[in-house]
Design a binder for this molecule. Sequence first.
Ligand SMILES: [Zn+2]
Length: 518
Amino acid sequence: MKSTADQDAVSWIVTDHTRTDAIKQWPCLYVVQLDGTMGPRAKTIESAVDFSQEVPMPRMTLLACCIVAGSIAVHSQSRGPAATVVYEGGRVIIGDGSAPIEGGSFVVQNGRITAVGRKDAVTVPAGAARVDLTGKTVMPGMIDVHVHIGYEGYTSWGAGNYTPQNVLDHLQREAFYGVVATQSVGSSPTDPSIQFQRDQAAGKVPPASRFFFMPGMAPPNGGPDAVLLKGTTALHAVNEVSTAEQARAAVRAMAEKNIKSVKIWVDDRRGTYPKMTPEVYTAIIDEAHTHRMLVHAHATTLPDQKAVVRAGVDVLVHTVQSEKLDDEYLALLRDKKPYWTTVIGLGDRTEVCDNDPFVDQALPAKVVATIRATVEPRPLAPSCGPRSPNAATREEMLAYNFPKMIAAGARLVLGTDAGIHAGYTFGSADHHEIARWVQFGLTPSDAIVAATERPAEVMGITDLGTLAVGKSAYFVVLNANPLDDIRNTRQIASVYLRGAGLDRDALLAKWKKTKTSP
Ligand SMILES: [Zn+2]
């Protein structure tokens, strides 16, 4: 806080609970401008917001958050950025696959990177604050193109948990672990999600991963897995379509809301679900491409992956893990070069079994204890019992298919499927997923590109993904070099969002205080 006037504004905000009009949507949020008046309401942003670029925060100096019910003031979770800061002496990983800059330096002005290079080659602007990163490694914040946000409550799971506050909590978990943009795929209700994006773009939401979402489409009673289906059905989050005409109409309605992507499920879940027909998904893909929208397709079997890639989907979701890829498919991949998100980790044994504080720290102790005490393997639920008999075969298939996908030109992007259960959850899941790629032969440098630059590309986020001049300053400072060992992405010293350090300790304290903790 710079001035007494600002402090007065905060105390006024925190103590004046009569301005209920401004706290309906966000009961804990006020935006205070330089002159002490309330910040712009979401309703002033009439048209759909373009999230490919960060919306500059209009004359906003601080964000105060108050919990009305308990009258407890909570500090803003980011330390305000100085106007110009030079981060110097660290190893800088740009995120585009180029060699890291050893002894690098970069300048951040008003949240943007204005210079980057070797320390001796970067001119430090007069009056810049300096942050010494000697011995540290800096990489761009990661981007997760595939999660299911809002339903997880850690001691409960379901549509009842889907509130703006819980969406925020999940985005804070992502940010805590260095994931700076997060896309909820096919399971988030459209209008509340658009409202959340507007609030976040207007600076009304505490620091968190930037929120993206896309609607889902499936045949009636088809689509999401048994867990997710309960949540999405209650919230009507998936568009049910039976015919090509219905499908086209649904896509057109999305395009009218400026939605850029749509998710489809092409899966009969071993004969238990109706599967989307080729006629319907062909119509969806055609209509989406007419509106310059991307189609993400869930497909888990070799025939289904072939079918959706041949039909022209843009992003393939899942990795075939029950059979080996064949030459026909590899030729198809070479031709179409789809983006591809592996979502391997959801089917892995949870790292909660490993007693790793990196994973445990953000989880309620009771949840950790429950998972560790669960020994019966159950589908889509975390447990720490003996590995399932199928695990070795699955591993063999993944080890065969993953490098084949890469060699054929599938364009790997980070996606986790986090949000289905607490054993593979927001933020920590991303570190698990990229480590799996390296286990299957990818270089750490390529893994970082697939977690930073390429997901920004597929999501159309022009200001994130690399540490290049002109990008917004969303980065992670690490205590060790992930190019030596990809698991060093877990050695997080700090996370910066738009040039402001995220108060990770405050977030941890919040999670420890939740009623689900003992
Ligand atoms: Zn998913």
